[in-house]
Design a protein around this ligand. Structure first.
Ligand code: SF4
Ligand code: SF4
Length: 348
């Protein structure tokens, strides 16, 4: 009946002392919490698929809380792509602005497009991702882990009770031994530390809750990074073929489903901040940054830079772009219409 929860602490790749201290303070705080197991791993994004670190993560059963320096969405889909699947667990410790933006961004999503996630089966568990960039106070993360642990312990003890033919969920009223603090769990923490030095990596991560399997990315990338699985679903087949520092294909994905979790631009690194940029800076609308170039033109320039660096010929806008361009011009028009409607509604 005892329900333990696992917490994975993914370390910063930078070895920044302040970041290390926050990580260690969180681990130290959780050591005294019964029923919580902690696994400390190097930066999740850098862990190689066949490595000890990934095997350790794959062996974790049940619900898991991941504490990392990555945006929640990036952490979730890095795990998913390494067969560590589950449903997104709701966390309360999050960037409020980003939360509002995510809601706004999905508010018009009733377009009923087929997303890759709709055709996949996930393990029956929850994965909660906490972003260490949100607070510099270890207590904030410890409290949120405890809240999640308690929520899970109570829910699952209740379910087990029903399966076993019991009559009710234990509560302080009907079970004198029940402690809401511990959720009926009295085993001390186990801490597992995985040391690995595989070096930094750079590759795209696909968010399947957004991806529509349109194949724009595989058409665009000329470095053989993308492929398809047995049922023709897009995947990152050769991640280490990706050109370090290049985020080009993330700019051509119509669904903003491609993340580069270590990129300095939050929207490319996995933040849900796409709509915020519209609100804050109208000059950045529709991915048309400073020099007046479209997102596709910038992506083509970035790709050419990498082609030339690899000793190949630049291709400009001649490969992997036309279909996207057509859709984009239509979408841009639709977006503009929506924006005008919103401004009219605001009466300004
Ligand atoms: S371009 Fe984006 S939406 Fe299309 S297949 Fe690639 S990741 Fe999915
Ligand atoms: S960033 Fe460039 S090299 Fe890497 S997957 Fe995208 S298009 Fe290919």
């Amino acid at each position: 009946m005892a329900k333990r929860i696992s917490v994975v602490v993914s370390q910063s790749p930078s070895k920044n002392p302040a970041k290390r201290k926050l990580e260690e303070d969180i681990v130290a705080g959780l050591l005294f919490e019964n029923g919580i197991d902690v696994t400390i791993v190097p930066n999740l994004y850098d862990i190689k698929p066949e490595s000890t670190g990934m095997l350790a993560l794959q062996q974790i059963a049940g619900n898991v809380v991941v504490v990392s320096w990555l945006f929640e969405r990036a952490a979730h889909w890095i795990l998913d792509r390494n067969t560590i699947t589950g449903h997104v667990g709701e966390v309360l410790l999050k960037n409020e602005e980003e939360e509002d933006d995510a809601e706004a961004e999905h508010a018009g999503d009733e377009d009923e497009k087929d997303r890759v996630i709709d055709s996949r089966s996930l393990k029956n568990r929850k994965i909660y991702c906490l972003d260490l960039k949100i607070s510099n106070r270890a207590e904030d993360f410890i409290e949120e882990v405890k809240r999640i642990h308690q929520e899970n312990a109570v829910q699952i003890v209740g379910l087990g009770d029903i399966i076993n033919g019991g009559t009710s969920m234990p509560t302080p009223a009907n079970d004198p031994n029940f402690s809401p603090e511990e959720g009926g769990i009295d085993q001390p923490s186990i801490v597992n530390r995985v040391e690995e030095s595989g070096g930094r990596r750079w590759y795209p991560v696909i968010d399947y809750s957004r991806c529509t399997n349109c194949m724009e990315c595989i058409d665009f990338c000329l470095f053989g990074v993308y492929g398809v699985d047995a049922v023709d679903t897009i995947l990152v087949e050769q991640p280490d073929n990706c050109r370090k520092g290049c985020p080009a294909c993330s700019r051509v994905c119509p669904e903003n489903a491609i993340m580069f979790p270590q990129h300095k631009t939050p929207a490319i690194a996995g933040s849900s901040d796409g709509v915020a940029s519209m609100k804050i800076d109208l000059s950045q609308l529709f991915g048309a940054p400073a020099e007046g170039k479209s997102a596709e033109e910038i992506a083509a320039l970035e790709r050419d830079e990498q082609l030339v660096a690899a000793g190949r010929d630049a291709v400009g806008m001649t490969v992997g772009i036309p279909r996207r361009q057509d859709d984009k011009s239509k979408q841009t028009k639709d977006d503009l219409d929506d924006l005008v409607d919103q401004l009219n509604d605001l009466d300004i």
